[in-house]
Design a binder for this molecule. Sequence first.
Ligand code: NAX
Ligand code: K
Length: 502
Amino acid sequence: MYIVTAKEMYDLDRYAMDEIGLDGRLLMENAGRAVADQIESELSLSDGILVLIGKGNNGGDGFVIARTLLQRGYDVTAVQMVPSSKIEGDAAYHRKLLLSMGYSFVQYDGQESLEKLCDQNSIIVDAMLGIGVKGEIRSPYREAIQTVNASPTHTISVDLPSGVPADEGVEVNQAVKADRTVVIQYPKLSAYFQYTATFYGEWKTVDIGLPAPSQHKRSFYGKAQVQSTFPTRNSFSHKGKHGKGLVIGGASTMPGSVGLTSRAALRGGAGLLTLATVPSVIQALASSTLEATYISLQDLNGYILDVKGLDLSYDGIAIGMGMGRHEEAVQVLQKVLQKASCPVVIDADGLYALEKDTSILDDRDGPSILTPHPGEMAHLLGVSIPELLSKPFAYTRSFAEKHHVFIVLKGAFTIITNPEGEQWVTDTGNPGLAKGGSGDALSGILLAYIMQDQTIGDALCNGTWIHGYTAELLTAERHSEHDLLANDIIEGLAQTYRTLSL
Ligand SMILES: NC(=O)C1=CN([C@@H]2O[C@H](COP(=O)(O)OP(=O)(O)OC[C@H]3O[C@@H](n4cnc5c(N)ncnc54)[C@H](O)[C@@H]3O)[C@@H](O)[C@H]2O)[C@@H](O)CC1
Ligand SMILES: [K+]
């Protein structure tokens, strides 16, 4: 499922009309009918429906919704928010159609009467503002949004909750807090965006017959994509086929994180796994992580001093977990990135070391994969966390394109970006993952997947999706978000694979 900006949606609309010859009035009919079908699934004939109709094409959809539900026998009150003279184009056509069929609407005449209408009806359909919203919300929408939000009546928004912009980087000053949103054709960026997603309530898309964008820029990555791209292991598989992975990290005070990464890589399906770390970490882990092999690195005060002589001919490497923020960590990372030609996952203290000099990414032979949380990404970019979170898609894309890297920006919506700037969003997971160690487990899963038979982009999407889905499965059954630990996720992978028949 594609995710679009307002401009991309308008471009598609124009293409459909100018190149394909789809009439705009037909698209509006399709949109209104599809939304009406969705709304109808929640209705009984005795329900009163209030449709709030704005000036633009979102309002045009509203006219179609009102007419369709009236024709089907529902008790509909349509309120036109602006004077008739202001309604133009396709919306004016559908306004006329409503009247020609013998139905009528009422003209908005202030907050007080709207309040009454909201209370008298069982459902409010918000078709006031769509993707054309710009700047501070003006009258009469400002007051109408306040009234809708103050009313307990169930609210369904059309395309977007009125006042919510389609794009990132735009502040929401006032918007409808919808219970549900019926999104037209493709979800807009703001549906996947921390500050605006909550306005949508539960949402669903409806197809109105628009073509797919000609170029893939962004899309949602869900269960169907995981099931169609996840590699199978056939009966002739041998351990070498599934990848020889190397984990580099750990310090005497932080043995756990590389342990989690290694075990997650093994449970994730890595064929062979080697952990290169300081001697004390090997002592701490050797008896619990039996399937791994170990390489002892030179240490200084419990930290990795050097990777001199370390063979880097693996199928994939993960570096940085629990490595520490000592001075030598920077050289350790640099040497690995320069010498290794395989894909390298850089996480945690590896990202901290990278901040000192991001140019080391630029002339690598193999792919680099960065797995930051917003704090780490903000540091790499040299911006504040709120600034990053106001435009997470744009910021990560510019960094990925500039340094030619893959980025997995972790969050409630994880954004995966490839070096060409294409993006995918996964939405699995829950607050149970907001704990130390869950990032280490994710790095291990990603390391395992990038060594399997799938593209790196799919491997990263599959890994983040499965990591989050496992948390959801576990908290639905034997765990809660309070007690869930990274190790539970690793052990829970078995259940995910079996549930999904992977
Ligand atoms: N492919 C498409 O693009 C389609 C779009 N459709 C609908 O059309 C909508 C987009 O239509 P429009 O471009 O007319 O945009 P809107 O319906 O969002 O309306 C924009 C108008 O609202 C007013 N407005 C904007 N910002 C405001 C503010 N801050 N305060 C007060 N008034 C403000 C302005 O008068 C502006 O002209 C979509 O969201 C969707 O619902 C559908 O009808 C079918 C196809
Ligand atoms: K709307």
